[in-house]
Design a protein around this ligand. Structure first.
Ligand code: SF4
Ligand code: SF4
Length: 181
């Protein structure tokens, strides 16, 4: 029910009221930090193949504000609006979703991160440091069209795979293997 004041207008909540969290889809990078922290399970991450879907379910939200606090994007990322009238007849109408290109480890296929997350990290650390971190360097070349997203999964890895997308565990194995020889 929408509470209305005596002249029939929708009531205005006080300053500081925590209402519907609104995500700026342009600045969201699909990092999943909000999903890890959300106590109500209102932000769901679905990783399938090379796609990540971030699903925001407002029917589950308890308006705690953790997603706003923990989102690494500040322009503007997530903001709790003052919107409180969220009732709906169908749950499906009370959710939004957003899709991202997902990069996986070429050895074990575990998610390394979305391309946007790698890019945002690269921007944050700067070109000098990004150029010596393979996953960041590769994401830069992917964005500039100098590379293709990894497609195959292999069980064997060699020294040359250092310059491929790898999760931290598989990258450690490449270095360990290298030091054995
Ligand atoms: S406000 Fe709290 S419950 Fe709602 S989506 Fe954000 S973290 Fe989850
Ligand atoms: S924490 Fe922010 S940037 Fe990361 S997925 Fe959530 S809304 Fe997007």
């Amino acid at each position: 029910m929408i509470h209305r004041n005596t002249v029939g207008r929708k009531a205005r909540p006080r300053a500081g009221f925590r209402g519907q969290p609104l995500t700026d889809e342009k600045s969201c990078i699909g990092c999943a930090a909000c999903s890890y922290i959300c106590p109500a399970g209102a932000i769901i991450i679905e990783d399938k193949g090379d796609k990540r879907r971030v699903i925001r379910r407002y029917d589950r939200c308890i308006f705690c504000g953790e997603c706003e606090r923990r989102c690494p994007q500040r322009s503007p990322g997530v903001i709790l609006s003052r919107e409180y009238a969220l009732a709906g007849e169908k749950k499906e109408n009370m959710q939004t979703s957003q899709e991202f290109l997902l990069i996986r480890c070429i050895r074990c296929a575990r998610p390394v991160g979305t391309l946007k997350t790698l890019q945002a990290t690269s921007d944050r650390v700067g070109p000098e440091l990004a150029s010596v971190v393979p996953n960041l360097f590769l994401s830069d070349s992917l964005c500039s069209g100098r590379n293709q997203p990894p497609t195959s999964k292999r069980s064997e890895i060699t020294r040359s795979d250092i310059m491929n997308f790898l999760c931290s565990s598989c990258r450690h194995k490449v270095y360990a293997k290298d030091s054995e020889t």
